[in-house]
Design a protein around this ligand. Structure first.
Ligand code: SAM
Length: 275
């Protein structure tokens, strides 16, 4: 196995601004790729391949690879190493990439994998949700605390906006945790491998912008009951006598008690009563 010291010598100086904590533990890299279990026909998009710690093992499976790396100091080596096989290297920002276009070019849904910069976790998750129809699943290394928030169920303190938005678009689970010692430079936190299998569609007739506004409005004031927090929803005029009449969800609850189905019922009810 490559030691952190060998790797340090060979690396261009890691850029903190790009979230560069490179994986230097070969066993963990193998465990991640076993978790992904890429098939020959899969199109795997890797976010931030860096020096290729995971990429090399993904490539061994023979899957098609799209490697999206923002740091131009690393793309030359990635092209040299991986482009002769079934890989293409894109020098750019993953957040700017159209996954819909990529999926349509390959004629299949994408599998997204990445040891991602921690500061981009929310934007990357929300991109997965926006483009969920082009993605079959994602396997992302994220901060353990974030992974716990994503997989939480109603009734626990970690349950919040990321849990509800993830449950709407997919089925998440945590595969395993990773110690800071497996990276160079060492991050301050423990990481987890978070998997999300994306759904094929959203519940019919759900007004998604209203759903998001309801989730934001209620968790924005998570100590308040729904009756209080729903007095104002972005861009919608609420007339409480109408909106709160015959509501299928108890308005005396706080948002942390509501399941995904409750949020869907609540959104449908508000949609009918506040137009
Ligand atoms: N995959 C490598 C590994 O496991 O060792 C590197 C992981 S490092 C945590 C994050 C990588 O994402 C870096 O290579 C960084 O340059 C790249 N990166 C940062 N922001 C990016 C973005 N917006 N789009 C694509 N890559 C990005």
């Amino acid at each position: 196995m490559t030691s952190a010291r060998d790797v340090t010598a060979a690396f261009p100086r890691p850029k903190q601004s790009l979230g560069q904590n490179f994986l230097v533990d070969g066993n963990i890299a193998r465990k991640i790729v076993r978790t992904v279990a890429p098939a020959h026909d899969d199109v795997v998009v890797e976010i931030g391949p860096g020096r290729g710690a995971i990429t090399g093992l993904l490539a061994e499976s023979g899957c098609r690879l799209v490697l999206v790396e923002i740091d131009g100091r690393l793309t030359g080596e990635l092209k040299e190493r991986f482009q002769p096989s079934r890989a293409e290297v894109i020098h750019g920002d993953f957040l700017e990439l159209s996954l819909a276009e990529l999926a349509s070019r390959f004629g299949r849904k994408l599998r997204v994998v990445g040891n991602i910069p921690y500061h981009l976790t929310s934007p990357i998750l929300f991109k997965m949700f926006e483009e969920y129809l082009s993605v079959s699943d994602c396997t992302l290394m994220v901060q353990k605390e974030v992974a716990l928030r994503v997989v939480s169920k109603p009734g626990v303190k970690e349950y919040g906006i990321p849990s509800v938005m993830t449950a709407l678009h997919g089925e998440p689970d945590i595969a395993f945790d990773i110690s800071p010692n497996c990276f160079f430079p060492k991050p301050k936190v423990t990481s987890s491998i978070l998997r999300i299998r994306m759904k094929d569609g959203l519940p019919g007739d759900l007004d998604l912008p209203l759903f998001c506004a309801v989730v934001r409005a209620t968790f924005g004031k998570r100590r308040k009951t729904l009756r209080n927090s729903l007095q104002y929803i972005e861009d919608r005029e609420i007339i409480p006598e109408r909106a709160f009449r015959d509501c299928p969800v108890s308005l005396d609850l706080r948002p942390e008690r509501l399941s995904l189905d409750d949020f869907i019922m609540l959104t449908r009810h508000l949609d009918r009563s506040i137009r």
